[in-house]
Write a protein that binds this ligand. Structure first.
Ligand SMILES: C[S@@+](CC[C@H](N)C(=O)[O-])C[C@H]1O[C@@H](n2cnc3c(N)ncnc32)[C@H](O)[C@@H]1O
Length: 221
């Protein structure tokens, strides 16, 4: 892993949400994979194990051997691992060095490159990736609209963007967790997400409880 931000990354003062800061703690990184394994059930997506989520992703996105994929906000490396096992070349990026260390320990294969990056302003070349996976990073990043713009830029024409996020339900718990002092989380509405990515077309969308899965394809021209 390259524990430092990419050399070409735009340097800026990061205004991190509490949720983002909590992911910089080694203890969060150590417990993340266990939380992730049960989190969909807790969010009302009954019957949705990690295996089922991976199967849904593979069925809808069909990542191919040799394709270049970005796993945006990889945490413990769940999507990076799924992609590597499909034969893709993966750049797995995260703000958190402890998360990247944990992910690399769990997914030690040579097909994944681990890099510490702020994906709202990555400095990576445009159109570089055949596909991008975003497992719940939209909920935690400081500015989700900016993240979506940057990930759209990084996707090649005809490439795909896979999103999994906790959608807006307007429940009282979401209201609390959106407060800066209690996490600063964002719970986007699917219509809002679509409006942020005008160069992409929604090819598949599925809500299970509060969890939303979406596959977008970037216009070929
Ligand atoms: C909900 S977790 C992601 C879970 C993971 N994608 C999965 O599917 O298991 C969010 C992760 O995104 C990272 N993150 C948040 N904002 C980010 C940003 N702007 N750039 C890069 N990583 C970010 C956090 O450090 C955290 O590890």
């Amino acid at each position: 892993m390259n524990p430092m931000p990419g050399a070409t990354q735009h340097q800026e003062n990061l205004n991190l949400t509490l949720a983002q800061r909590s992911n910089l703690w080694p203890l969060t990184a150590r417990g993340y994979a266990s939380w992730r394994a049960g989190s969909l059930r807790l969010l009302g997506a009954r019957g949705y194990s990690l295996e089922r989520e991976a199967a849904l992703f593979r069925a809808l996105c069909a990542p191919q051997p040799g394709e270049r994929w970005l796993d945006a906000g990889t945490s413990a490396g769940f999507y990076a691992g799924v992609l590597a096992r499909a034969g893709a070349e993966v750049l797995a990026a995260d703000l958190s060095a402890p998360m990247l260390r944990e992910a690399q320990r769990r997914e030690p294969g040579p097909q994944v490159e681990w890099r510490q990056l702020n994906l709202e302003a990555s400095g990576l070349p445009g159109g570089h990736f055949d596909g991008v996976t975003v497992g719940a990073t939209l909920n935690e990043t400081h500015d989700p609209a900016r993240l979506l713009r940057e990930l759209t830029r990084l996707t090649r024409p005809g490439g795909q963007l896979w999103l999994m996020y906790v959608r807006r339900t307007a429940g009282p718990l979401q209201h609390l967790l959106a407060r800066p002092a209690l996490g600063g989380l964002t719970f986007p509405d699917p219509a809002w997400v679509s409006r942020q990515v005008p160069e992409l077309t929604l090819a598949a969308g599925l809500s299970v409880g509060a969890v939303r899965f979406e596959r977008f394809v970037k216009d070929a021209s």
